[in-house]
Design a protein around this ligand. Sequence first.
Ligand SMILES: Nc1ncnc2c1ncn2[C@@H]1O[C@H](COP(=O)(O)OP(=O)(O)OP(=O)(O)O)[C@@H](O)[C@H]1O
Ligand SMILES: [Mg+2]
Length: 359
Amino acid sequence: MENERLVQTLEQRIAPHIDTWFPEQPHSGLEVRVFADRPSCVLLTVHLDGAEGPVALAKARRDSPGGPGAGSRPRLRREKATAEELTLLEWAGLTTIQETCGDVAGVGVVRPLLLMPEAATLVMSFVNAPTLRSSVLELSRLRPGRSGPGVAVTGCGLAGTWLRHFQERAPVSDRPIQQGTRDDVVERLRAYGAYLDSPKWDVLVTEGVKLATEVLPRELRLAAGHGDFAPRNMLMGDDRLTVIDPLPRWRVPVYDDLCRFLVGLRLIGEQVHTHGLAFSSTTLDPLEEAAIASYLPPEADRAGLRAYQLLILMDKWTAMIDGPRQGVSGRLTRRSAALADHLVRGEAERLLGLARAGA
Ligand SMILES: Nc1ncnc2c1ncn2[C@@H]1O[C@H](COP(=O)(O)OP(=O)(O)OP(=O)(O)O)[C@@H](O)[C@H]1O
Ligand SMILES: [Mg+2]
């Protein structure tokens, strides 16, 4: 649907609900504005006359022509779904989040308000806060006037707390399983190693396979997955973390979402582009520790987590270098990509070292 018609349709569909959705908010009319127009979706904000910021946000997805299937890298998931399917999944995810995390201290929730499957569109309440990713970026050495780590550390801790509650409480689903066994993990580690195809990665993969074989159980413990548990999908303001953009398509090993979050912190674009100049381990380690410590009990063995983190690291890195114009590879020269590869291998070594040390 073209944007002008989308705006009109939304204004008509939303108007009858405003008093029920926002009973405290006196208003004389509403306006819908395009806030971002991306290849995969249009985001629109809903404004009430007399209210300061937006009160709601609409997300209208588009079917992507080629889809994310381009490139030849190995994958952990079959990604393809229609815009309508993704909208229904996000709606289901927002509903589950509201039911499971609504009462957790320090956690906020987005209210799913209106579902329009025929237009692959949903409307949800608006949260006026920056993403956790932007709080992390504030800590970059390359940004003048760096702020203290407080907000980012609190946010990472709340991300771990959020995930623990979500996994404990989200109903067992009959969604398809991804990487349900140790053999699946080992097979994918080898596949990523073959794709990266370098003697240095071969050494790391051999050690990773050995670790996974030793520490992972034959059948992995599964949980409902958020699907895209990354700092850019979390809003952090007033010491409160709100997780958005769920895509609960699969049942995944319990560590899957946490590892996506941890790898998202380490491979944040600014860090990869600068080959590690932006963030020192002194900055990143406490963020990682805050997330893990609020997710796992203190006595828990972390070796299994580290083995799975290595898998997610390789998944994310290959996604970044896959395809000629996608991700960093289109913007990085070959030499720069090689330097970034060094950074990522350093991270893989760190994970293997932590597993050996039981940390
Ligand atoms: N309920 C909300 N309240 C306030 N801002 C929101 C809300 N939902 C989304 N946003 C803003 O819009 C941005 C994109 O939203 P979302 O993550 O849902 O879309 P996306 O296209 O899946 O993005 P990406 O692929 O980058 O994760 C978020 O980073 C956030 O800044
Ligand atoms: Mg998102």
